[in-house]
Design a protein around this ligand. Structure first.
Ligand code: GUN
Length: 294
């Protein structure tokens, strides 16, 4: 039997195209450049690294950024008062609170405090609501990046069965809203699965496009995936490894097992990760325009 050729859908060319366009637009602006404030609470290793990546990328495209670091014990009031201050600051266009926050802080209280015009994560109540109403808004970066990747590789969604293994407000729910839109890269039939889903493999095996984001390294092999499917792997797990860092990054898909069986797969690392950061830059530019409006 002739094995299928599995395309590897790298995120970098898609991210580069987005970043080149943002950089070009930023350099043509008159006056001060767009600016974004990153708020990080505590020293979680992954959060430290993500915020650094975001700040580095911002500087590469000409966006000004500042990172505010709060102690792990900082109160919710302290964080809220900083957000109120940044909301009022005419020199700040975007505000991003890195998640997760420590348990004593009510995450939704913090996210809904961010001015919707400056909400570059698209996590505020207003922007979530607009997204579900199919209105233009600042859209969460990871799902927006997934749609950009599908567009770039001309993987259509219209009439397709899409199964998403994640129900978070960062990935699963906003991605479902995007893929349900009345648009060329929407019009999908969308199913969301989660930790209480029964007969998971039966459902995931129906997917033309399977989106994995459950943090189960290499758990999804042929038993879970339809032959010829497209698999978008958003899982990021740190697993112990015999290298300098002491860990390796692994996705949820068992890439070895799926190669030659499916149509296309995003790699981990190097798939969706770069797109999340690129879409954040795009959102910051959009927030800049929204803040310029009277
Ligand atoms: N933590 C994991 N992903 C994200 C994200 O997209 N935005 C923020 N703010 N925190 C995160």
């Amino acid at each position: 039997m002739c094995a299928r050729k599995t395309r590897i859908l790298f995120g970098k060319p898609v991210a580069d195209a987005i970043l080149t366009s943002v950089k070009g637009e930023v350099s043509a602006l008159k006056g001060r450049p767009p600016s974004v404030a990153f708020l990080r609470v505590g020293d979680d290793g992954a959060s430290v690294s993500y915020v650094k990546q975001k700040a580095k990328c911002a500087s590469e495209v000409g966006i000004r950024s500042e990172t505010r670091i709060f102690d792990e014990t900082a109160t919710e009031e302290r964080l809220l008062s900083e957000i109120v201050r940044l909301n009022k600051d005419p020199n700040v266009d975007g505000i991003l609170v890195q998640l997760p926050l420590p348990k004593h802080i009510h995450t939704l209280n913090v996210l809904r405090a961010v001015d919707p015009k400056k909400d570059v994560d698209g996590f505020s109540d207003v922007n979530c609501g607009r997204l579900w109403q199919g209105e233009c808004s600042l859209i969460p970066c990871t799902p927006a990046g997934i749609v950009e990747l599908l567009k770039y590789y001309r993987i259509t969604t219209e009439g397709k069965q899409v199964v998403i293994v994640n129900r978070s407000s960062i990935v699963g729910k906003p991605l479902a809203a995007l893929l349900l839109r009345h648009s060329e890269f929407g019009n999908a039939t969308v199913t969301i699965c989660h930790s209480y889903t029964q007969n998971l493999p039966e459902i995931t095996k129906q997917a033309d496009i399977l989106v994995l984001a459950c943090g189960e390294p290499h758990a999804f092999g042929r038993d879970y995936v339809k032959e010829g499917a497209v698999v978008i792997d958003v899982g990021i797990s740190r697993v112990p490894a015999d290298n300098e860092r002491g860990y390796a990054i692994q996705g949820d898909a068992d890439a070895e097992a799926l190669r030659g069986y499916i149509d296309a797969l995003t790699p981990v690392p190097g798939g969706i990760g770069p797109l999340t950061v690129a879409m954040l830059m795009k959102n910051t530019l959009q927030a800049y325009y929204l803040c310029q409006q009277p």
